[in-house]
Ligand binder design. Structure first.
Ligand SMILES: Nc1ncnc2c1ncn2[C@@H]1O[C@H](COP(=O)(O)OP(=O)(O)O)[C@@H](O)[C@H]1O
Ligand SMILES: [Mg+2]
Length: 433
């Protein structure tokens, strides 16, 4: 796309010709006419060399756009038939060209769009995001997500893709921009997130049920057998030799079985969480992890004066569980720090290890596209509680301190549960579902 050129009307001659034209006035008129001729010749040259693909003139009826059809006609037809907004702009965001789809997106006549600033379609926050990218979009371009403001006051989620275009002999660089309507994509994301949350909720309920069954039935039963085997071992005298030894071994094995069943039940749904709250369960989990794996765990928890919302407590506990599972499976760490911080507006959990680290953007699971649901589920849980998860990691082969840090921050008094119900109802009502 080439540059559009605006030609503002020249001011009328200061005095009507004829009457008492002095030599000085005539000279003034000549120089004005010469300037206009130079400008016209320059415009003609720009049109001939293809630097211009539309001319915008200011007339009595406001701005008028004249499109020039040339060798680029085929591309223009293609761009006009696109389902995305396509624009060219100067780096200071003056719109040189926009296709009709963009005009439809912002619900304004094309004439009002051309020659104006792109900034008017963005909020102050999005303008701040776009400004540096317009100045330096990078050779391979840049993408940002914004809310596009339309002429009727409505807003539309959109993705803006930028690319620098050739300068075409002019000294003002132009930027090519594609604006994609993200309304459907956002809706699908929202529904997927809602469904994921539903699955997590169902999984939690099922885990709770199995934990209760294990605790109420299997553990009770194993304990009863344990007591019996103890009695048996006591009743057998030293004379019974190998028989007594067998009974003692049996009792020890049953003791281990009871412990293992209890551990599985606790991992499925720790009763401590429901009864004593988050800090107690973080302490229990850390202690059990340190004893079992030999990795030293340092716990730094604030004392919570009141219970947090049940959903938040469960989210933080599950994230710790998943993070420790990763330390055990992947990190080869010696030390782990678990830190719980609480401020008026949020609660934060950080799990740091001094292990081998990894590249969060290119880890194995992400590359293969299979498995590796741990980090994803942590992030989903955090998002669903209204918060966010950050993963920082440095590999052991890199300079500096190696290790991984998982940090989750959840605002207090803000979850997405209500939104989830609504989205699911909408999903059920969508025809074809
Ligand atoms: N604490 C950690 N230390 C080193 N690597 C890690 C750590 N946590 C995660 N990773 C890397 O990130 C990948 C993805 O983790 P995750 O999503 O939990 O999936 P999974 O544990 O099933 O592989 C792991 O396979 C591992 O390569
Ligand atoms: Mg994992």
């Amino acid at each position: 796309m080439k540059r559009a050129r605006r030609q503002p009307p020249r001011p009328a001659p200061s005095r009507p010709p004829g009457k008492s034209d002095s030599g000085a006035a005539m000279a003034g008129k000549f120089s004005e006419l010469r300037a206009r001729l130079t400008e016209a010749e320059e415009a003609l040259r720009a049109i001939r060399t293809g630097e211009v693909d539309a001319v915008v003139t200011a007339g009595k009826k406001g701005l008028q756009v004249f499109t020039l059809e040339g060798a680029e006609h085929a591309y223009r037809v293609l761009i006009e038939s696109m389902n995305e907004g396509a624009l060219t702009l100067t780096t200071d965001q003056t719109i040189l060209y926009a296709n009709r789809c963009f005009a439809r997106m912002v619900k304004r006549p094309l004439e009002q769009v051309l020659g104006g600033s792109f900034r008017r379609f963005l909020s102050a926050e999005d303008r701040d995001k776009l400004r540096p990218l317009m100045k330096r979009p990078g050779k391979s371009g840049a993408k940002i997500q914004v809310q596009l403001k339309a002429g009727d006051g409505s807003q539309m989620p959109a993705q803006i893709s930028l690319r620098p275009l050739a300068r075409n002999g002019s000294n003002r660089a132009t930027i090519g921009m594609v604006v994609t309507d993200m309304t459907a994509a956002r809706r699908t994301e929202e529904l997927l997130r809602t469904l994921t949350h539903r699955i997590v909720q169902a999984q939690e309920a099922e885990r709770g049920r199995v934990a209760l069954e294990l605790h109420d039935h299997i553990t009770q039963l194993v304990c009863a057998i344990l007591v019996r085997s103890q009695t048996l071992a006591n009743k057998l005298s030293a004379h019974d030799g190998s028989l007594k030894q067998e009974a003692i071994t049996l009792r020890e094995m049953l003791g281990k079985t009871a412990g293992e069943v209890e551990r599985i039940s606790r991992n499925l749904r720790p009763s401590v969480l429901d009864e004593l709250g988050l800090v107690a369960v973080l302490r229990d989990t850390s202690t059990e992890f340190a004893e079992r794996t030999g990795v030293s765990v340092q716990l730094a928890c604030v004392e919570l004066t009141a219970r947090l919302p049940a959903d938040t407590e469960l989210t933080l506990y599950r994230i710790l569980q998943e993070a420790l599972k990763n330390v055990e499976r992947h990190a080869r760490a010696r030390n782990v720090t678990v830190q719980l911080t609480r401020r008026a507006a949020f609660v934060q959990l950080a799990v740091r290890d001094d292990g081998i680290g990894f590249d969060p953007n290119h880890h194995a699971a992400r590359r293969n596209g299979n498995g590796g649901l741990g980090l994803l589920s942590m992030s989903e849980r955090a998002t669903y509680s209204g918060g966010a998860l950050k993963v920082k990691s440095a590999r052991r082969d890199s300079i500096g301190k190696a290790g991984t840090e998982i940090e989750v921050r959840i605002p207090l008094g803000k979850t997405r549960a209500g939104g989830a119900e609504n989205s699911l109802m909408e999903l059920a009502e969508t025809p074809g579902n």
